[in-house]
Design a protein around this ligand. Structure first.
Ligand code: FE
Ligand code: ZN
Length: 499
């Protein structure tokens, strides 16, 4: 009599049962990447499958979500959903999302497919393959969610071309390239644990609640559809770290080094989210500082307390990062404002109400360091002297962010570090980025630094205009410069019947 199998047995038969013993081939040759990072796996059977999902039910479940999602995209399009956003300035946040974040979903798809091949344990392989498929779905659904905006706003037209070239997009691109060029276990600590488990709430919650607060139903719906995937990804991230720490005590210092590295890299990457939350959302969700306190200091703090029993400590630069929450959003938006001619989205000076909101949210720092700059910019703009920085900034060799961050104990001094390797001098935005370089210099001397490439003549021509128009394929005068008087703003006023 065929008995109906419970989900756990069914899962085992459809996944782990697909594994086989190597009778005439060397197992080590089949999984050549498993040992070079120094990680010791003594027993793959100890792996707890985090998803408990068969491929069969995976497809059915995802197809169901897909149907609903695309029905809503259709309705959004039919009803001219773009007219319901709070303010056209909002759309610039999703230009950053499409050009900077969606291509990372594609890199995640490639990265998880790769590690899904490289692990000796079948449970880990299956989980990574499923996440790989999720990520491919994410990039597709994001492109579809935002394609409606492409019909009505500038800056969406060539996101993947831009992702591979534009100066500030090399920051997210190089972050993921670094993870994918690492070994399989480092990739999992970088992306599965540090990013998906701990930092993802600081990327997705702000963007998705930002979308909800600002009437962007397409992005909200995508967010909901991705949420059940994210829950699985977080479970995988947590399983990976516990598994590695329980397998062998020699794994602990290796994992700690990766945690130190990837939390630093992650917090640098999230600067763009900080700026989006504090400056780009017309209807605010919460300040970056508040988000950091809730999602990192409270939630992450509890997690690291839990990991302490394995000998894992808080990420090395946690104290610096804690100070940075007061500053990074202001320093980043100011940099984009002063380089607004070279950005693929629009910039603006915060309104008076927004300046007051920032003063209230950052009582220690905003009035003292940042408000005076905006008051000056406002005065200059009123006098017709809108200021653009024409010089190209020096970039950090590790995170590739321009030298825009200050010393956290003296926010009037740019933070600058350097080191010499093989007779060449390399420059960094912080101790964290310098440490990462010095640990693996042969990796980071290969960094494709946009400003260096421009100066070497590899980016289209001698003038900034050549670089922007020919190499980046930006539509100058439409994609870049201020929101005020942009074609985006003019169209919006026309649609809304505002003179
Ligand atoms: Fe994703
Ligand atoms: Zn850096």
């Amino acid at each position: 009599m065929a008995k109906k199998l419970n989900i756990k047995d069914k899962y085992r038969l459809l996944t782990r049962d697909l594994d086989w013993d190597f009778s005439y081939e060397d197992r080590k040759e089949a999984f050549p990447f498993e040992e070079f990072e120094g990680i010791k796996i003594t027993d793959w059977s100890k792996w707890e499958d985090p998803f408990r999902l068969t491929m069969d039910s995976y497809w059915k479940y995802q197809a169901e979500k897909e149907k609903k999602l695309y029905a809503i995209f259709d309705a959004f399009s039919q009803n001219n959903g773009h007219l319901n956003v709070s303010d056209p300035r909002y759309v610039n946040a999703i230009k950053i999302f499409l050009t900077g974040v969606s291509p990372l979903e594609y890199q995640a798809y490639q990265g998880f497919a790769h590690v899904g091949r490289q692990f000796g344990g079948v449970g880990a392989r299956v989980a990574c393959q499923m996440q790989s498929l999720d990520e491919l779905r994410h990039v597709q659904t994001q492109i579809h969610a935002m394609s409606h905006y492409n019909k009505f706003f500038d800056g969406f037209q060539d996101y993947s071309h831009m992702h591979d070239r534009v100066w500030y997009l090399s920051v997210p691109k190089s972050f993921f390239n670094d993870a994918r060029a690492a070994g399989p276990f480092e990739f999992m600590i970088a992306i599965g644990f540090s990013f998906e488990y701990v930092l993802t709430n600081l990327l997705f919650v702000p963007f998705m609640s930002g979308a909800a607060h600002n009437g962007d139903m397409a992005t909200v719906t995508f967010g909901f559809s991705a949420q059940s995937d994210e829950a699985r990804h977080m479970t995988l991230g947590l399983e990976v770290i516990k598994f590695l720490l329980e397998q062998h005590e020699d794994n602990v210092p290796i994992v700690q080094k990766w945690i130190d590295k990837w939390f630093w890299r992650g917090s640098r990457l999230l600067t763009i989210v900080a700026m989006m939350m504090d400056y780009m959302l017309p209807n605010k969700v919460m300040s970056w500082k508040e988000a950091w306190e809730v999602y990192f200091e409270e939630a992450g703090g509890a997690l690291f307390k839990d990991l302490a029993r394995y000998g894992i400590k808080m990420p090395k630069y946690a104290e610096t990062i804690e100070k940075e929450k007061e500053h990074i959003s202001h320093q980043a938006w100011w940099t984009f404002y002063t380089h607004g001619h070279a950005a693929g989205f629009h910039t603006w000076i915060p309104t008076d109400e927004e300046l007051d909101w920032l003063s209230e949210k950052y009582p220690e720092t905003f009035d003292k360091y940042y408000r005076p700059r905006w008051e000056l910019a406002k005065k200059m703009e009123a006098e017709g002297k809108r200021f653009y920085t024409k010089a190209l900034p020096q970039l950090c060799t590790t995170c590739q962010i321009p030298m825009l961050f200050t010393e956290m104990d003296d926010p009037t001094q740019i933070c600058y570090r350097d080191t010499v390797y093989n007779g060449d001098r390399y420059h960094f935005c912080s101790d964290g980025c310098k440490d990462i370089f010095e640990d693996e210099p042969e990796k980071y001397v290969q960094s494709w630094l946009p400003v260096h490439q421009i100066f070497q003549g590899n980016c289209g021509g001698p003038d900034v205009e050549n670089v922007l128009a020919d190499f980046y394929r930006m539509n100058l005068g439409a994609d870049n410069m201020d929101m005020t008087d942009s074609p985006d703003e003019k169209r919006w006023k026309q649609w809304k019947g505002v003179a």
